[in-house]
Structure formats: C-alpha cells, structure tokens
Design a protein. Sequence first.
Length: 149
Amino acid sequence: MIEPQVKGDEWFMAKALEQAQLAFEAGEIPVGAVVVAKDKIIARSHNLTEMLCDVTAHAEMQAITSATNSLGGKYLNECTLYVTLEPCIMCAGAIGWSQLGRLVYGASDDKRGFMRFAPEALHPKTKVTKGMMEEECKAIIQDFFKSKR
C-alpha cells in the first residue's frame, strides 16, 4: 500500500520561505531553498552572496551542494528543489547538471529568471511547477527592496 504524502508542496515552500526570511534578516536578497528526497528535507539554504563575497552563492547553488553531499552523489534525479524565486540562468544550469527530478518555485523573475533567457537549461526530465505561494514569495522580495530605498 502506498502511504499518502504527509507534507505537500505548500509545506515545503513554507520552509523555503523561512530560509528567505533568514536571508532578509542577514541583509541578503531574500531567496530561500530546500531540497526534498522521499518527503524529507535533505538541504536548506538561502542566499549568501554578501556574507561570502561570492556572486555564485545563490540559495539554489548552496542547496544543490548540500544535497549532493547529503546523498553522496552528484545527481538529484529523485529530489525536488523548492525555491522562493525563479532561478537565474546560472542556477538553472546547475539544476540541469544535477539532473533534478522536480523544480518548484514561487515568484517569477522577469528580469533575470531562466525562463526568459534559457528555458531549455534544465534537464529534459525535470518537471517544473511555478507560482507556488507566489504572493508570499513576491512580497518578501518586494519588502526587502523597499527597506533598502
């Protein structure tokens, strides 16, 4: 008998939003991510570009590295990445190379998102769900930039 999924997409996206809030509090652009395998979070991260002085330290990049370390392999084909903002093309490339099984993102990024510049960057088998808790994900980004003006 197949067990029903205990935690759904909204629950996991809420965990990614918690990571985004940590980034906000640290003065980082508030993007959060979690990687899930078999209904369990195996990696959590948020943007660390300011703290690490590293333009590649996006939430997704940190999450992918942590998840592959957790699993002991470079492929995430049985995992789902939940991220509060549509990945950029750099992150989409890394997601593609990791052969991620599923990507779920909240807010679209019309200026820098991969869907505008490189919609084919993901692995062909990666399933994409967009707009998960979009309003909440968009609000934290907007609040951050309002606080900087």
